[in-house]
Design a protein around this ligand. Sequence first.
Ligand SMILES: Nc1ncnc2c1ncn2[C@@H]1O[C@H](COP(=O)(O)OP(=O)(O)OP(=O)(O)O)[C@@H](O)[C@H]1O
Ligand SMILES: [Mg+2]
Length: 204
Amino acid sequence: MNEYLLDVRNLKTYFPVKGGLLRRIIGHVHAVEDVSFRLKEKQVFALVGESGCGKSTTGKSILRLIDPTAGQVIFDGQDITQLSQEEVRKKRRDMQFIFQNPYASLNPRMNVWQLLSEPLKAHFSLSESELRDRVESMLDKIGFTKDQLQRYPHQFSGGQKQRISIARALITQPRFVVADEPVSALDVSIQAKIINMLLRLQKD
Ligand SMILES: Nc1ncnc2c1ncn2[C@@H]1O[C@H](COP(=O)(O)OP(=O)(O)OP(=O)(O)O)[C@@H](O)[C@H]1O
Ligand SMILES: [Mg+2]
């Protein structure tokens, strides 16, 4: 097996800057400039830096939410930057992103059952009872009860919504998760609770 689960090599992501009457490309923002690091399975890695230095763009480029300009992202021996969109979609089972803003990241038309069962349906072929077991076990881990399954995102607090989006990201048991400031939009009082929950889930 590979010694490293993730091997990011010389990653670069540039955004075009348009200007003038014709909105021509007049330059590029070098959001990610030559980033390299390696991670082993189960390892926690923190990317720290001032606002705008490229942390979110690095995470999104690794998961192909944004296509990087250059470099390689070797995940479990495979270069993610070379995959087709369809292959990237299949990789989502093993590579997930937790967004900063729980208000924007959940589909308001889906209830908790739909939000949590959808990723399982997309990546596994489970029976109805297996599906129910997996969803209910995750529900328990985030401190929710079964009677909340039929409720919609707007019926929850910010902290509860963020717990749902974390549950959604982790329900397929991905091997690699990018958590982009997962608690910065929340009250200080519930930040610690969510971080502790994430650390517990990471151990599972
Ligand atoms: N879609 C985009 N189009 C053009 N420029 C972008 C885009 N997304 C980010 N940028 C620019 O890329 C740079 C890095 O942004 P990024 O969001 O990665 O920073 P960050 O380190 O996550 O900052 P913060 O701590 O504020 O979240 C910034 O200069 C930003 O303006
Ligand atoms: Mg950011």
